[in-house]
Design a protein around this ligand. Structure first.
Ligand SMILES: CC(=O)SCCNC(=O)CCNC(=O)[C@H](O)C(C)(C)COP(=O)(O)OP(=O)(O)OC[C@H]1O[C@@H](n2cnc3c(N)ncnc32)[C@H](O)[C@@H]1OP(=O)(O)O
Ligand SMILES: CC(C)C(=O)C(=O)O
Length: 569
């Protein structure tokens, strides 16, 4: 049976008229699909330039300086600090970096400039005295921009690039400094590969890079226009065909228009690129530049040292938010508020078991279901891993009580208490915080404010008529009236439940018992759990006391109160 879809209903049936598919690259012997990323690229932060130029309010000195210090602390060795010929703020910041920025000797300041003589001259002024700075010059080479922006043919566009390359290398030679150079055929992804190659080769011929001073050829996905495999094909094609490849550093500068900037970069690295330009958490034009923190942590979680320090991701986030005046969404990889949190039951159960298994195994290898990275590796805690709402299960509730309050619920009690929590979360429709779960646990099982019975005291003595049997004499209150009860058994628990069975007229017996201490040290408070059987089924009681025997007997009273409540007495 075939189904016909009526495309007229989609409202987007003009797609083929308005847009055209991106052409594929003819490279049938491509090698990148078989490669893996096994070492970090050279990283270059463009937060202070591409990031900055896309902000509602571009950064002033303080916001730039704070970001700059963070980038140094994260171990970036190449930092594009701005476009000094574009504004006085950027010029002054470049001068501040050179004169007062305490830039380590192994860090290169990079600046961007268009291929325009007056802007190039001003750029050299901004960098006077800098150690091994990178002059990054660009012009758009795309078919569309050649046509509608520059009204020039390929030769004319090439001329813009080569004139600039000549001027820049001449000025650098005259200045006598140890300049480095970067050229970008901007809008590379909109440029025919042969054209991009011709222009890059022409620039390389003028710059004459050497092994000691390589030329950076930056191949930007200025606008992301195709699937990431196409970008990888383009990079592999360029790497194969560029002249003097051994003296070039091939750099990627991906944007994220299709939401696949990370994938494109990773495939581009597999295709032979050496360097990546990007920004923290992907700030940048439109949908942003590629996010270097995510890229670095993706490498880290594959066992590759990324060379960037992301161990204090909260600081990186704080500086990002201060300097860019933007907020990071809750789902952002590695940093979002919710990315280490599971609300759903089966995820919580698996995480809970995984965390226990890791503790038991005592090995460094991280293997926890649903958590591709140990949150502590980026300075996050385990506190937020599990949060409870109506989608949650017993494993999650058990994890919260254990992790936050030191309470290890027996499995059957987990099942029982989960039903109670589920009822509350269903009724309220919101998350139940850890403290509220704890309070509910104590109220239901320990303090029981509306309950009839309270344990007061007990003592035991041998039953002289029966060998091995002890008599338990206990004092309890029933609706605040003191009562003395008595029973027999092999020990206090056994005898006390017998006494309560006689007193209440309901036959009860202990089917499960466990206890543990709640705090370490000499004043250890104990918690005891008893599961009792009664004619209507089974249920739990819990006692907490500094004395373990008292905690056990309180647990039995707790269970008895619940039996009475169920029986409507
Ligand atoms: C993809 C990117 O992110 S590239 C970086 C973009 N960043 C920025 O533009 C931020 C900083 N820029 C600025 O402050 C300004 O654009 C300036 C100071 C650089 C230049 O300002 P202005 O000259 O006033 O104006 P504008 O930017 O509109 O100039 C466009 C002119 O430069 C030409 N042009 C643009 N880019 C280049 C280039 N890379 N090389 C040579 N010429 C260029 C255009 O063809 C146009 O020429 P026309 O005036 O003959 O039509
Ligand atoms: C200047 C270039 C590298 C750029 O920012 C881009 O293409 O996005």
């Amino acid at each position: 049976m075939s189904t016909t879809i009526d495309t007229r209903k989609s409202g987007m049936s003009n797609a083929a008229v308005k847009y055209q598919p991106y052409p594929q690259v003819n490279i049938p012997d491509r090698t990148w699909p078989g490669k893996t990323i096994d070492q970090a690229p050279i990283w270059c932060s463009v937060d202070l330039r591409d990031g900055n130029q896309s902000l509602v309010n571009p950064m002033g000195h303080d916001r730039k300086a704070r970001m700059f210090q963070l980038l140094l602390d994260m171990n970036f060795k190449e930092i594009e600090i701005g476009f000094p010929s574009a504004s006085q703020t950027d010029f002054d910041f470049a001068r501040w970096c050179v004169e007062q920025g305490n830039v380590p000797d192994d860090v290169s300041l990079q600046v961007l400039v268009q291929c325009r003589p007056e802007l190039i001259t001003r750029t050299f002024e901004a960098l006077e005295g800098a150690k091994r700075p990178i002059i990054h010059f660009y012009n758009s080479t795309s078919e569309l921009q050649r046509r509608v922006v520059f009204a020039k043919d390929v030769a004319g566009i090439k001329q813009i690039a080569t004139d600039a390359a000549k001027m820049i290398t001449d000025m650098a030679a005259k200045a006598g400094g140890d300049y480095r150079f970067e050229y970008s055929p901007e809008s590379f992804t909109g440029t025919e590969l042969e054209v991009a190659l011709e222009i890059c080769n022409a620039v390389t011929e003028i710059v004459r890079p050497t092994a000691e001073n390589k030329l950076i050829i930056n191949l930007p996905s200025t606008v992301e226009m195709a699937t990431p495999n196409v970008y990888a094909d383009q990079i592999e094609w360029m790497c194969r065909n560029l002249d003097n490849r051994e003296n070039l550093i091939v750099s990627l500068h991906p944007h994220n228009d299709r939401g696949t900037g990370i994938a494109a970069t990773e495939l581009g690295l597999m295709a032979g690129a050496d360097r990546v330009e990007g920004t923290l958490f992907g700030n940048g034009e439109r949908t942003g530049n590629v996010d270097v923190v995510t890229l670095a942590l993706n490498m880290y979680t594959q066992g590759v040292d990324p060379g960037l320090d992301c161990t204090d991701i909260e600081r990186i986030k704080a500086v990002y938010e201060y300097s860019n005046e933007m907020i990071i969404p809750e789902r952002h990889p590695y940093v979002g508020e919710l990315v280490y949190t599971a609300f759903s039951g089966s995820h919580q159960d698996a995480i809970n078991k995984g965390m226990k298994a890791i503790k038991t195994a005592n090995k460094p290898l991280w293997e926890v279901p649903y958590l591709p990275i140990d949150p502590q590796d980026v300075g996050r805690t385990y506190e937020a891993i599990i949060r409870i709402n109506s989608q949650s299960g017993k494993g999650g509730i058990a994890y919260i009580l254990q992790q936050d309050h030191g309470i290890n619920l027996p499995r059957n009690l987990q099942v029982e208490f989960r039903e109670d929590i589920q009822r509350i979360t269903d009724e309220q429709g919101v998350e139940l915080p850890s403290q509220r779960i704890y309070e509910r646990f104590v109220e239901r099982y320990v303090s029981q404010p509306d309950a009839r019975l309270r344990f007061v005291d007990h003592h035991t003595y041998p039953d002289t008529a029966h060998k091995g049997v002890r008599i338990v004499a206990a004092e309890i209150t029933d609706r605040n009236e003191t009562k003395r009860i008595e029973g027999q058994g092999t020990g206090p628990i056994d005898g006390f439940i017998h006494a309560l069975s006689i007193y209440t007229g309901i036959e009860m017996s202990v089917v499960d018992y466990s206890e543990h201490s709640l705090q370490k040290g000499s004043n250890a408070a104990a918690i005891a759990y008893v599961e009792i059987a009664h004619p209507g089924g089974k249920l739990f009681g819990v006692g907490m006391n500094t004395n373990i025997v008292t905690a056990s007997l309180e647990a039995i009273v707790s269970a008895a109160n619940r039996v009475l409540e169920e029986a409507g007495r």
